[in-house]
Ligand binder design. Sequence first.
Ligand code: PMP
Length: 356
Amino acid sequence: MTPRTRPDLASIPAYVPGRSFPGAIKLASNETTHGPLPSVREAIAEATTTLNRYPDNTSAALIGALSERLHVEPERIAVGCGSVSLCQELVQVTCNAGDEVVYSWRSFEAYPVVAAVAGATAVPVPNTAEHGHDLPAMLAAITDRTRLIFVCNPNNPTGSLLGRDELEKFLDAVPSHVVVALDEAYFEYVRPAPGEDLPDGLTLAEGRRNVVVLRTFSKAYGLAGLRIGYAVADPEIVTSLGKVHTPFAVSSLAQSAAIASLAAAGELLDRTEQVVAERSRMFDALTAAGYPVPPSAANFLWLPLGERSPAFSEASAEAGVVIRHYGTDGARVTVGDPHENDAFLAFATGPGRAYA
Ligand code: PMP
């Protein structure tokens, strides 16, 4: 029988989100443990009064607020239904069938999926032995079919961070017709080492018209359930993104919540301090217990346990803490609040040690 849907979809894996079950501690999706601030909840409640109307398809008020906060012209900002939809839209605006999308692997699970779904060819470049991006190998992977490169900084799921100097050199070496998406979903958790500059995509994008910065309200801003993220890019790219954008994909609740969250940015970003402190506490405890954990610049830690990763993750879930494993490469645990982290550490430094 002739298939009714594209036969090539059969070989494309669906995106698999972090799971959970009732009563479990969920450290599987890099979310914020805290619920929304009262001011954000009020803004959402206020927005419910106009749910009979379509949202502003241009997210104009939010773009105005982002423009002020980031000191970026409104023409350079696009809003999406989560930054993952902006990843998808970027493939659509850059690639025809058979064009190539280069990314480091392991990295964000959605990159190969959004590339393949658009008919583009996914070109994974293996991470370095230290679990980070191999920028020289990524440069070497560029061909005349390459249209888009994803650079995830910090990298999900390994937590590795590229420094400003190496990123600058990389960006200078990429041909200017190839778009580079700097995915900064975890930017708010980065704390550069003393004497090092922040590898901030917004300043790296200055004067580089092929660089797109992706950020999200899902992580440090705690709005994962509302689905809203943004891109900062050259106006030409922003205009193209508008053409492939699903009309009204960003709800009015999400737009209002994001505006209220920007107004409370100080308080929300203060919360990242606890995550950063907990990250080092967990790193120290896991390292002392013999886990080969690489340093992380994000709100999670990577446990490169190889073949033992699925069993470790399963045993952790049985102990009441849901984490996430990535095939037989490793497992990732989100840094939660101290009580949640204690529960994970009790498992990892106790029965879980059998897998270290
Ligand atoms: N980029 C990276 C690196 C991520 O880890 C995630 C979420 N897991 C996203 C983008 C997408 O986030 P969202 O769609 O919630 O904005």
